[in-house]
Write a protein that binds this ligand. Structure first.
Ligand SMILES: [Zn+2]
Length: 240
C-alpha cells in the first residue's frame, strides 16, 4: 500500500512538472469556439463572420431551443445515432419556411409512415449495426421532408443544404428543381417519420431542421464539434 501511494505521488509530481503543451499540440477541444458554426480543424470550420447572408427562422415564432437534447450532437439512443439538427418546437400544422433562397433537391409529399412494427424493425437494425444507416434515416425517419440546395450563397467556403423533416404536408405541387425564396412556405410541421407518426397519432410534432456544409473533404453539420455551452449562442447568430 505504501509503495502504491508513493507511485501515485510521484506520478502527480511528474504530471505537475511536465512542460506545457505548445499551441500546435493543442487539441481542437481547447480552442475557443465562440462564434463557430462548426469546427473540424484549423482549416475546415465556419465562423459566423464568414456568412454572406443570414437565414430566416424556419418556424417563425419558434427560436433556437435552450435544451441541449434538441440541439446538434445530442445522443439519439433509440436509433443508435446522434442528432445532426435543431428541433424547433413548432406545433402540428405550423407553417414552415425556407431558411434561405435555393433550389429544391427533395420533396416527398406522398411519403406514408410505415406501421409501428416496421418502424421498430428498422430501429432494431440500427441497433444491430450500431449506427443509423443512411437509407433508414433518410427514407423512413425523416418522414415527409424537403431538402433545399443553397449553392455557395450562404457562405463562399461551402456548398450548403437545409433539411426540413417530419412535415405533416408539403406545399402542393412543390417538386425537385423548384426555386424557392427565403421565407417561402414549403410545408406544415408534423410528426411523420417519428414513432408517433407510425402510430398515427398527433403527438410529438416539431420541426427537425438540419444545415449541412459540403466541400471536397466531406460533409459537416451545423454545430459539429461545438461544445454544448456554445451551441445555442452560436446557432442563434445564424438567423436574422
Ligand atoms: Zn431532431
Amino acid at each position: 500500500m505504501k509503495n502504491r501511494n508513493l507511485y501515485i505521488l510521484s506520478a502527480l509530481f511528474l504530471g505537475a512538472c511536465a512542460a506545457p503543451t505548445s499551441s500546435l499540440e493543442r487539441s481542437s477541444n481547447q480552442i475557443d469556439k465562440t462564434g463557430y458554426l462548426f469546427y473540424q480543424n484549423s482549416d475546415i470550420n465556419l465562423h459566423i463572420t464568414e456568412l454572406k447572408n443570414k437565414l430566416v427562422l424556419p418556424a417563425e415564432e419558434y427560436g433556437v431551443p435552450d435544451y441541449i437534447n434538441l440541439l446538434p450532437n445530442a445522443k439519439r439512443d433509440y436509433r443508435s445515432g446522434y442528432h445532426m439538427g435543431v428541433d424547433f418546437s413548432s406545433p402540428m400544422n405550423y407553417p414552415i419556411r425556407a431558411a434561405f433562397d435555393g433550389v429544391v433537391v427533395r420533396s416527398n409529399a406522398h411519403q406514408q409512415d410505415v406501421d409501428i412494427d416496421t418502424y421498430n424493425y428498422f430501429l432494431s437494425l440500427s441497433s444491430q449495426v450500431g449506427k443509423t444507416p443512411d437509407d433508414i434515416y433518410n427514407f423512413i425517419l425523416l418522414g415527409k421532408s424537403v431538402v433545399i440546395d443553397h449553392g455557395y450563397n450562404i457562405t463562399d467556403k461551402y456548398r450548403a443544404i437545409t433539411v426540413y423533416s417530419h412535415l405533416s404536408s408539403i406545399t402542393e405541387g412543390m417538386m425537385a428543381g423548384d426555386v424557392v425564396q427565403a421565407g417561402d412556405i414549403i410545408g406544415l410541421s408534423g410528426n411523420t417519420g417519428t414513432s408517433s407518426g407510425a402510430l398515427q397519432n398527433d403527438k410529438g410534432a416539431h420541426l427537425h431542421w438540419e444545415l449541412f456544409f459540403d466541400d471536397k473533404s466531406g460533409r459537416y453539420f451545423l454545430g459539429q464539434n461545438i461544445p454544448s455551452d456554445l451551441l445555442k449562442i452560436n446557432i442563434e447568430q445564424l438567423f436574422q
